[in-house]
Design a protein around this ligand. Structure first.
Ligand code: C2E
Ligand code: MG
Ligand code: MG
Ligand code: MG
Length: 291
């Protein structure tokens, strides 16, 4: 019956479940249609200077506004998009949309603002190259240095010649590269030497226990040391409270991201806030400013 169908559909979006081949094919169809029907949207979360708490960049995070299931998290459909190759058109759409949005914000006077876009290993394997990114930048009127591509450690380590070459070419274009979820991948740090990355993002699992967990304190201090000695920008993810922020500030982690600074929000909401930082509605940013 309808109830059962509803339950079955709901299961499509469960993380880590074993999807039947049919369920997967059905979801693939839905995702393909979602791209065509413009059911995908981007939200933007601020990456802020730890001292001023002003945003220096916004990270674009994709959502699927499903007609029946509401907002679906990327953690649920990105893996499927990667498996099916749909990540290619999806990723291209994300890049174009984020760059166009950034151009609007820069036009409002925020000329130093940057945008960060997540790029998965599969996208590079499927052929995302510097020429593609360059044409998107040219079409949107965004400088390469205003674009940060967030890559997970796995990709840096995968060592595939084409992927390495593509990353290098992106870097040569002047785009900045960040290592996302830093510390959750492998323990080899050799890739930091091979890839001229610009930024590390400390995974939020290490930020969570600050400042009480001595393990988290040690790990975060070590990562701050690595970033400092390699002269890399450093972002701490998942900052949810004042104590975490104070710790990171005192230890010299330059940039912070997390609910305490601002939740992901629509492009329009960010525009409103940028136009009038102190007044427009952005509850989390307000509370951070007052804390
Ligand atoms: P990520 O790149 O590490 O993004 C950070 C995630 O942490 C986001 O989840 C964000 O909403 C969440 N977050 C931010 N601040 C806090 C906080 O203070 N506390 C907690 N508990 N969570 C926080 P989201 O939006 O669900 O994205 C999950 C992952 O999906 C991203 O992780 C990224 O790997 C992937 N993703 C998102 N958008 C895209 C995209 O356009 N392309 C690709 N390839 N991957 C994407
Ligand atoms: Mg990211
Ligand atoms: Mg991250
Ligand atoms: Mg993450």
């Amino acid at each position: 019956g309808a109830k059962e169908a509803g339950r079955r559909r709901y299961q499509f979006f469960t993380v880590g479940m074993q999807r039947s081949i049919r369920a997967k094919a059905e979801l693939e169809q839905e995702l393909r249609r979602a791209l065509e029907r413009q059911e995908l949207i981007l939200e933007y979360q601020p990456v802020a200077d730890v001292l001023t708490r002003r945003p220096v960049a916004y990270e674009a995070l994709v959502r699927w506004c499903h007609p029946r299931h509401g907002m679906v998290s990327p953690a649920r459909f990105i893996p499927l998009a990667e498996e099916t190759g749909l990540i290619e058109p999806l990723g291209r759409w994300v890049l174009e949309t984020a760059c166009r949005q950034l151009r609007v914000w820069q036009g409002m006077g925020c000329s130093d603002l940057c945008v960060a876009v997540n790029v998965s290993a599969r996208q590079l394997e499927l052929g995302l190259c510097a020429a593609d990114v360059e044409s998107i930048l040219v079409a949107s009127g965004v400088r390469p240095a205003s674009l940060i591509l967030e890559i997970t450690e796995g990709l840096m380590l995968d060592g595939r010649a084409e992927s390495c070459g593509r990353l290098q070419a992106l870097r040569d274009l002047g785009v900045r590269l960040a290592v996302d979820d830093f510390g959750t991948g492998y323990s080899s740090l050799g890739y930091l030497k091979r890839f001229p990355v610009d930024e590390l993002k400390i995974d939020r699992s290490f930020v969570q226990g600050l400042p009480d967990s001595s393990d988290d304190v040690s790990l975060v201090e070590a990562i701050i040391g690595i970033a400092r000695s390699l002269n890399l920008a450093l972002v701490a993810e998942g900052v949810e409270n004042q104590r975490q922020l104070a710790f990171l500030r005192d230890r010299g982690c330059g940039l912070v991201q997390g609910y305490f600074l601002g939740r992901p929000a629509s492009g329009e909401a960010v525009s409103a806030w940028l136009a009038c930082p102190s007044e427009s509605a952005s509850p989390r940013q307000e509370s951070a400013a007052h804390a």
